[in-house]
Design a protein around this ligand. Structure first.
Ligand code: URA
Length: 436
């Protein structure tokens, strides 16, 4: 085979075979296909697309470019959740203990935040001592002992994706639905799953801002995942405003602990329960979603989900006392500054992307992959979209490392993140659709 012939075929709109796609992916590691040839092929794929068979072949080839976990020694159904990411999106730390408390085995491999969006690993690392880098043996032990384990991606997981993602980033070819599908699924399926729940977000703080594109991505991922033998369900959810009230790493962990103790903001509780219920139903632990939802509520209310979270924190060397005294045991920002409403009115916009950027500039996120982050800082919302406020009411609290950055963030919040009107806005439901 010659790469140039396959690039020409795709350039002219013809499908590639399973064997050809395999050869192209193997060519990344064995040098048969140069980066510049893959770059040209990625552009041809962006324009011409891939059919479902090609997307499935690409996903499978990328998955097998690396190590696939064999969890067969651990009894029980293995199910995970993947979110396309957003601001204040902390459901993983709630639903993983809920699902584990119901008997699901959750081998969760997560990423770090970049730009305005946060990452599960950064949140976990705000728990003093918490180790997200476990050896494969230790990962198996923690999973068997706690029903869940929370780690970062290793170099052995889908290495072809790392090469292709950096080429896509440099060649303006990230926005191809088949390429996104193969990229996400190749990494998730390396966890050796029996089922996958997808939270595909749309709105100003999401990776896919347009609802149509998010819907196409959700349909593509559920279809390809299921075709590859792992049943999948996707929820299409809004990301116009942050999820919950807390943004920033330790701040978000604090809110998760609140939910696991039976409190927390209603939107975060709702989405965490729905996603956990989908995991429990996919794992066939309950016969249908209604029973799965009730079971998820039960383990949240009776404290068993909190016990699971405590067990995994202890097993991964974190300080379990954060659960008893989150105010003092989690990193605390030295400066808290209130942002007040400048006028009376209904909140008609509470921009997730703007609040994510404010939090990133305070130090909670990364503007570059190598930025150092500050776990203490972030934003706590006091009001949400559609609520009515009087002039002077607290809209948010800025959690900052110093007074100057707090002042800057508060001014930016009023300038970029929030709008008011006399009439209440139409707030769309958080969960727009379910695709199975
Ligand atoms: N996240 C991924 O892991 N891959 C993509 O292609 C896009 C988002």
């Amino acid at each position: 085979m010659r790469a140039v012939d396959l690039i020409r075929r795709k350039r002219d709109g013809h499908p590639l075979t399973h064997a050809e796609i395999d050869w192209l992916i193997q060519g990344i590691a064995n040098g048969a296909v140069a980066d510049y040839q893959w770059a040209a092929l990625l552009m041809a794929i962006l324009w011409r697309g891939l059919n479902d068979d090609e997307t499935a072949s690409l996903t499978r080839a990328m998955l097998h470019s690396g190590h696939v976990l064999d969890l067969s020694r651990i009894p029980g159904p293995k199910v995970d959740k993947h979110s396309t990411g957003g601001v204040g999106d902390k459901t993983s730390l709630i639903l993983a203990p809920i699902a584990a408390a119901c008997g699901v085995i959750v081998p969760m491999v997560s990423g770090r935040g970049l730009g305005h969006t946060g990452g599960t690993l950064d949140k976990l690392e705000s728990i003093p001592g918490f180790d997200v880098r476990l050896s494969t043996d230790r990962f198996h032990q923690v999973l068997a002992q706690c029903g869940l384990a929370l780690i970062g991606q290793t170099d052995e997981i889908a290495p072809a994706d790392r090469t292709l993602y950096s080429l896509r980033d440099a060649t303006a070819t990230v926005e191809s639905i088949p390429l996104i599908t193969a990229s996400i699924l190749s990494k998730k399926l390396a966890e050796g799953l029996d089922g996958l729940v997808l939270d595909v977000k749309t709105g100003d703080g999401a990776f896919m801002t347009s609802e149509g594109e998010a819907r196409r991505l959700a349909a593509s991922m559920t279809q390809i995942c299921t075709a590859l033998g792992t049943p999948a369900v996707a929820l299409l959810t809004r990301m116009d405003q942050p999820l919950g009230n807390a943004v920033g790493n330790a701040n978000e962990v604090r809110e998760c602990i609140d939910v696991l103790r039976g409190g927390g903001p209603p939107d975060l509780v709702l989405l965490s329960i729905e996603l956990a219920a989908e995991m429990i139903a996919l794992a066939k632990i309950e016969p249908d979603l209604e029973h799965a939802r009730n079971r998820a509520h039960r383990v949240l209310q009776d404290g068993s989900a909190l016990i699971c979270f405590r067990k995994v924190i202890e097993a991964q060397n974190g300080d379990p006392h954060v659960l008893d005294d989150p105010e003092h045991r989690l990193p605390q920002a030295p400066v808290h500054l209130e942002v007040s409403a400048p006028r009376r009115g209904f909140i008609t916009r509470l921009s997730a992307s703007a609040i994510g950027l404010i939090s990133m500039r305070l130090g909670a996120g990364r503007s570059r992959v190598d930025s150092i982050i500050d776990h203490r800082v972030g934003v706590t919302l006091r009001r949400k979209l559609g609520e009515e406020v009087e002039g002077g009411d607290a809209l948010a609290i800025i959690l900052a490392a110093d007074a100057a950055s707090a002042e800057r963030a508060a001014a930016e919040f009023l300038e970029t993140a929030v709008d008011f009107a006399e009439q209440p806005p139409n707030v769309p439901p958080l969960i727009l659709d379910r695709l199975a």
